[in-house]
Design a protein around this ligand. Structure first.
Ligand code: FAD
Length: 447
């Protein structure tokens, strides 16, 4: 009974939320269980501001768990949702941490002197350093693109700033030591700090070490339509990864996994074949532009599979509608070829938007799949050739209405495209009364 419950995704998802909330409110519980003695002279607002600081610090420490790609957590929500939560909750923690000194300054203006870092005690200096690290962390994340910071250096700086903010924050809390004087409170905070440290070690050392033991070799790099390259990998000395169609993996090519220069790509091949993995990679930037030159025999490392964008989670549905824009076709391709290999006879619709007819990645392969599947394909072109009689322009409500079944809620919908198209399609499906629980999306821009 217990193991059945723990396999239920809703129960598992709810337990993670419960654990998260418990850890974040722990500092408040401590405050409730051990209220400050009335003789200490500190009023409610000071106690409240300190509690906010502690809650903010606990939330920041937990960010390491959110971004450590722990398979069990990831499998409950999907990376999109986790990263969205990571972004929003960071802002909440940021506000709590900023409000903490502001409240102190308002209630006791003398504490403003602590901002004089030349004369202030170390505990105050640590607080200033933690706050500065946090401000830099939040600003460079929100405005990374406007500040024109490339992804890789940003990621390294993000890690350093996060560790600094928490390290200095903890040093500040230990320096003040007012709330940490009780033995078991020290235990809780040290435990939290050690967990964050372990997660860091796990991500930076343990995971890469496991990846190193399971290498892949590049079998071929093949050009596809639309400036896309098929990267074919074969496991070397192991059986490869078992994945669900539509999932993705983080790929490291040519270099050691310890260097942490990995990129996420959806598997485009069948989930039934773990011996040969194919990825469709569009050349858009520093890394993806180099894929075409990768020689066969090159070593590759994979961290995965990840993601919940898969038809395998909806075995009992009557049929599927896939809506892809450009390179968003890759996870959908994996779902289609897997369904074909499994001889699935459910009705499928693929609405596939591209700029030109020549750009349509996997055009011929999709045509062949029509022979093996009950598949209706609707190509949508923004710049159609003169003799084009198919759909043109953008995928909107009217267009969707022409193709999706009247009883729209009987299907599950998978969307993968640029953010703008995904937003528009999501809104249109909502207006067409498709329940939100039936709409699944994969975002390619994590940051
Ligand atoms: C879940 C998921 C699945 C994806 N599947 C595919 C796929 O099947 N085919 C495909 O062509 N693309 C896919 N992408 C997008 C692909 O990861 C990026 O295009 C690629 O990492 C860009 O790297 P670059 O150095 O060439 O480009 P850059 O010009 O350096 O970056 C372009 C943008 O890509 C993102 N990006 C860059 N590096 C990384 C990184 N290491 N990790 C995460 N994001 C990064 C950033 O938002 C950046 O602004 C997927 C992305 C995600 C999140």
């Amino acid at each position: 009974m217990r193991s059945l419950l723990m396999r239920n995704p809703v129960v598992v998802g709810a337990s993670w939320i419960g654990a998260y909330l418990l850890i974040t409110v722990l500092p408040l519980l401590i405050l409730l269980l051990y209220p400050p003695t009335p003789t200490n002279g500190r009023g409610f607002w000071i106690e409240f501001s300190v509690a906010l600081g502690f809650v903010g610090l606990a939330m920041m420490a937990l960010q390491f768990a959110l971004t450590a790609r722990l398979n069990k957590v990831e499998a409950s929500y999907g990376i999109d949702l986790i990263l969205q939560f990571h972004r929003y909750i960071s802002l909440v923690a940021f506000i709590f941490i900023l409000v903490h000194p502001l409240m102190l300054f308002v209630t006791d203006p003398e504490t403003l002197q602590l901002l004089n870092v030349f004369e202030a005690p170390w505990r105050a200096r640590f607080a200033v350093l933690a706050t500065l690290a946090l401000i830099a962390l939040v600003a460079t994340s929100i405005w990374r693109q406007q500040l024109k910071i490339p992804y890789e250096p940003w990621r390294i700086a993000h890690g350093i700033l996060a560790v600094s903010a928490i390290g200095f924050g903890l040093a500040h809390a230990l320096g003040v030591s007012y709330y940490l004087s009780l033995f078991w409170k020290v235990v809780i905070w040290t435990g939290l700090a050690l967990t964050a440290l372990w997660l860091l070690i796990y991500v930076r050392l343990v995971k890469p070490w496991f990846m190193l033991r399971k290498p892949y070799l590049v079998e071929e790099v093949r050009p596809e339509r639309g400036n896309v390259w098929s990267l074919v990998l074969r496991p070397r000395g192991h059986e490869g990864i078992h994945f669900q169609p539509g999932q993705f993996a983080w790929i490291t090519l040519q270099i050691s996994p310890f260097r942490m220069r990995e990129h996420p790509f959806s598997m485009a091949s069948s989930a039934e074949d773990t011996e040969r993995l194919e990825f469709g990679i569009k050349a858009v930037g520093d890394f993806t532009n180099t894929v075409k030159d990768v020689p066969p025999g090159t070593k590759a490392f994979l961290d995965g599979p990840y993601g919940v964008f898969t038809t395998d989670r909806y075995e009992n549905t009557v049929g599927f509608v896939f809506i892809a824009g450009g390179i968003g076709i890759t996870p959908i391709m994996s779902m289609l070829v897997t369904l074909a290999e499994r001889k699935d006879d459910r009705p499928l619709i693929l609405i596939y938007a591209n700029k030109t007819w020549e750009d349509v990645t996997y055009r011929e392969e999709i045509e062949d799949l029509k022979e093996k599947l009950d598949l209706q394909v609707v190509h949508v072109l923004r710049e159609p050739p003169e003799d084009w009689s198919g759909e043109t322009g953008y995928v909107d409500k009217e267009m969707l209405k022409r193709y999706i079944p009247k009883r729209a809620a009987t299907r599950n919908y998978f969307i993968c495209a640029v953010p703008k198209m995904m937003d528009q399609v999501e809104k249109a499906l909502y207006e067409l009364e498709v329940p939100v629980t039936h709409v699944h999306m994969e975002h390619y821009n994590l940051v």
